[in-house]
Design a binder for this molecule. Structure first.
Ligand SMILES: *[C@@H]1O[C@H](CO)[C@@H](O)[C@H](O)[C@H]1NC(C)=O
Ligand SMILES: *[C@@H]1O[C@H](CO)[C@@H](O)[C@H](O)[C@H]1NC(C)=O
Ligand SMILES: *[C@@H]1O[C@H](CO)[C@@H](O)[C@H](O)[C@H]1NC(C)=O
Ligand SMILES: *[C@@H]1O[C@H](CO)[C@@H](O)[C@H](O)[C@H]1NC(C)=O
Length: 491
């Protein structure tokens, strides 16, 4: 994360003049940026060419920052890789990096640019923050020289960091892992803030630590997130994480339709305040919305959830002889079909049983839905233990298609109630409507652990999911996948 604290210092001065007392609410902005990318080459550009490209991106970010400030925003988050993109070898990214001093160093690059020069990017961002009296969150790479006195110093004599990133996504070979995970927090007149980046959101450190231990009110989340249906599309998963963790989340995604990168939002614990998803054009987009400074003190704050309370009172709903299995993003789920227009169903896998009560407005012949359960270690593109209960629409009327990505549906539901025998408290509630729409205000998680519709859902449902993460089991050895049952498709 770019020298955030020094930018903060730049703006704290301006803000403290405005108001010295604590605020109940504040205005947040996120900008989804369509990054201007460098030419695709393994050769490092000259420092001047690198800076010229970064200035082009900063011209766009500056427009967004000025507009956010004009609309009264106090803080703006811009995306991961928003200043130069992501297409680099270790050598080719080097001219884009700056040495970013420790946040403890009290430095305002805008007013004292020579102190850690050359740092033209930090200087310009710092001035944008200062001139517009707004906190600016930007992401860029850091370089730190090292030598043979440090046995883990890379052979080219420098560490390159995606600064605060602890969980680098596979393929981010231009960067090194930090030796220790860092947690970054800071106080403002409108609450305590924490930062992490992209893939971090799936893990305990630093994401859960910031919320559970350090008790931040709002998380700042620059990301370059490639959407994966049915559970890991940006707006869906990030809004669910904010609700499950009970914090505000300001998520700024990079925009690149070809790579399925889109989906930014301003999320509160009781639902999305604003979000953006656009797979049609390459436009960037600014979102501005008001949030509570301390969401846990607000009347809308959802109650604490006991995930075992409701399920301990339910026996397995009607036995079903027609369970079958299918893959979702490399994980083998157990499914059962919703054959009627209303009913109560249970499906189990290992220790997880999922219960669903539902009523459709009408059962369509051309759309199939299933209830699915998964309890196991996910091992592709990262290793993490999942417990998932899901109601989802199958891609076609062939049950073999269940679990494949689908984003449109026509089946309306009158109600749903989904619960599961989770072994973890970290369960993220997702509701996704047709066309990748969220459903703010239309569902809730009751204190006894049911994800329920509050009103008749206003759009057809693509998925209703309880996405559980069991962090303590992430480092277990992979257990054998349950065998696929060979003859259970009943069509
Ligand atoms: C900030 O304001 C100063 C003086 O008002 C101006 O010289 C400078 O170009 C501005 N910088 C930015 C990044 O807006
Ligand atoms: C390189 O090593 C020497 C000691 O051999 C140390 O004093 C110096 O700070 C090191 N330089 C860097 C950049 O780590
Ligand atoms: C959660 O509910 C279960 C079942 O009703 C109960 O046994 C347990 O004590 C509850 N846990 C907490 C922390 O209240
Ligand atoms: C489902 O269960 C609820 C309560 O447990 C019951 O009121 C309802 O009639 C059941 N619906 C069906 C279709 O069996």
């Amino acid at each position: 994360m770019l020298a955030f604290q020094s930018l903060v210092q730049g703006t704290v001065l301006a803000l403290s003049v405005l108001q010295a007392v604590a605020w109940d609410s504040f205005t947040a902005a996120v900008y989804e940026h369509s990054v201007i990318l460098p030419a695709l080459t393994d050769e490092p550009p000259s420092p001047d060419d690198a800076l010229a490209l970064m200035n082009k991106n900063m011209d766009v970010l500056e427009g967004a920052i000025k507009e956010a400030a004009r609309q009264g925003a106090h803080i703006i988050v811009t995306p991961e890789d928003g200043i130069y993109g992501w297409r680099f070898t270790r050598e080719a990214i080097y001219p884009y990096l700056e040495d970013i001093p420790d946040p403890e160093v009290n430095w305002i690059p805008c007013t004292d640019p020579k102190r850690f020069a050359p740092a033209p990017v930090q200087e310009r961002l710092s001035c944008m923050a200062r001139n517009n009296s707004i906190y600016v969150v930007a992401n860029m790479g850091d370089k730190k020289l090292c030598n043979s006195s440090d046995p883990s110093c890379p052979s080219d004599g420098r560490y390159q960091y995606n600064t605060d990133v602890y969980n680098l996504f596979r393929g981010e070979t231009q960067f090194n892992f930090p030796k220790e995970p860092e947690t970054v927090t800071f106080e403002t007149p409108f609450g305590k803030f924490g930062i992490f980046t992209c893939f971090d959101i799936l893990f305990h450190d630093p994401a859960v630590v910031l919320v559970s231990k350090l008790q931040v009110d709002t998380v700042l989340f620059p990301t370059a997130w490639m959407n994966v249906l049915p559970f890991l599309t940006a707006v869906e998963f990030h809004s669910a994480w904010a609700m499950g963790m009970g914090v505000n989340l300001l998520s700024a995604n990079t925009h690149n339709v070809g790579l399925a990168m889109t989906g930014s939002g301003i999320y509160a614990p009781d639902g999305a305040r604003a979000y953006y998803y656009n797979m049609k054009t390459e436009d960037g987009h600014l979102l501005v919305a008001e949030l509570s400074s301390h969401p846990c003190l607000s009347p809308a704050y959802p109650p604490a959830v006991n995930w075992s309370s409701y399920v301990s009172s339910v026996k397995r709903f009607s036995p079903n002889d027609h369970d079958f299995s299918g893959l979702i993003f490399h994980d083998r789920f157990t499914f059962t079909e919703l054959t009627k227009s209303e009913g109560n169903l249970t499906v189990c896998q290992k220790d997880l049983c999922c219960h669903l009560s539902y009523k459709m407005a009408g059962k369509r012949e051309d759309e199939f839905y299933v209830l699915g359960a998964f309890d196991g270690l996910h091992v592709v593109e990262g290793q993490y233990y999942l417990q998932i209960c899901t109601l989802l629409k199958c891609k076609s009327t062939d049950l073999k298609s269940c679990g494949q990505p689908v984003e449109a549906a026509q089946t309306k539901f009158d109600m749903f109630s989904l619960s599961g025998t989770f072994g973890t408290d970290y369960v993220f509630p997702e509701v996704l409507y047709s066309g990748v729409h969220l459903a703010p205000g239309e569902f809730e998680v009751s204190s006894d652990g049911r994800l329920i519709s509050k009103i008749g859902p206003t759009k057809p449902i693509v998925t209703v999911t309880l996405f559980g993460r069991w962090y303590e089991k992430d480092h277990l050895k992979q257990d054998p996948q349950p065998p696929a049952s060979p003859c259970c498709y009943h069509n």
